[in-house]
Ligand binder design. Sequence first.
Ligand code: NAD
Ligand code: DAU
Length: 385
Amino acid sequence: MGLGTIFVPQPIIVLNSKYGHHPNGRINNKRISLRMKKIIITGGAGFIGSHVVRRFVKNYPAYNIINLDKLTYAGNLANLKDIENEPNYKFIKGDIVDVDFINKLFADEQPDAVIHLAAESHVDRSITNPLQFVITNVTGTVNLLNTARHAWQGKYDKTRFYHVSTDEVYGSLGETGMFTEESGYDPHSPYSASKASSDHFVRAYFDTYGLGTVISNCSNNYGSYHFPEKLIPLAINNIKQNKPVPVYGKGENVRDWLWVEDHARAIDLIFHKAKAGSTYNIGGHNEWKNVDLIKLLCRIMDKKLNRPAGASERLITFVTDRAGHDLRYAIDATKLKNELGWVPSITFEEGLEKTVEWYLANEEWLNDVTSGHYQQYYDGQYNNR
Ligand code: NAD
Ligand code: DAU
């Protein structure tokens, strides 16, 4: 090694090549050493995608990471300012629905893996415009699967298609119980129906063709770079501006919240360690009624903004409920813990405080994403609700 040469260890991924429950019976127990070189991460300019891209770019200097994103209203390259000049990172603007574009991308870049996060992700928007969710989440996913199926012919054991999905595919729980990987699919919103459909297609490509697929289903994420159409960042923005905080119905719906960086860490583990054809649930064991969560957020914001205790709570405003609103989600992530050793790294109170601090310190980011079209969206959703 000459002077000035940096030795970068090649990441070796050891995949158990056993084809899970593959019906074609292609079962063997050989372990395969796989040198991943190029990974396409779709939706990398969005909330969770940007955290996944950042983690992979920083932690795996020998991988080439391609961020493929259409930059819809939810995609924002400002989410990746800190890593945009890294030598192992490249951004490509494009649409996962576009057959010719995706075929050419695979031919040009010869990726070894896809981590697929691109999606329409907001339940309220899916109620207004369900067709867009079918186009992006179903057709877009099948288009990627199809291209991967042909491009990776003969090397399914050396390639990986990782599909990032949601707990909402399992439907809604009553007062008790949790979703496991064995829970039946029972989606209720156009968003969750489109994600359920995409999950079925991913499994179909494993079962039918043997494509090396993996799926994870995660609960509600929160953290930095979260677009303020979703509950937590919307409430932070409104509290900051002393505007009413809209809580749907009686605020009794329950969500299971996970810090986004813990989700990105779980994706990293599953990507590297899971068997082809497998599914993992990811969740923080952290259930909150919406109204209790917003009250906690108000207490944190009062402290951070030097407001008298109770000042922000007065902003809580109960508004007409979401149509078909799922009552409760709760994830059982025992499989991920037992098989891969993953547990959340921080408590909700710590994570929420960090998140509030991030939004208060990143006023420019928040102002940028809440200008222009956002105001129209907000008025349409919340005025006279
Ligand atoms: P997001 O809305 O913040 O980001 C989605 C990204 O996809 C954006 O950058 C957008 O520009 C891009 N995109 C949309 N349509 C595209 C297309 N046709 N071609 C290329 N790019 C396109 O979403 P998110 O909250 O980061 O969610 C990412 C993934 O994780 C989604 O698949 C979602 O279903 C899943 N998920 C989200 C959560 C959550 O709490 N946010 C929880 C579990 C699973
Ligand atoms: O469970 C995982 C899912 O979590 C992801 O798959 C979705 O992409 C993500 O958007 C999220 O879906 P939710 O519908 O649970 O998230 P949202 O932040 O929109 O709403 C959280 C809860 O808060 C839900 O019960 C609806 C309620 N809510 C939401 C908004 C935007 C309100 O009460 N007021 C609001 O203004």
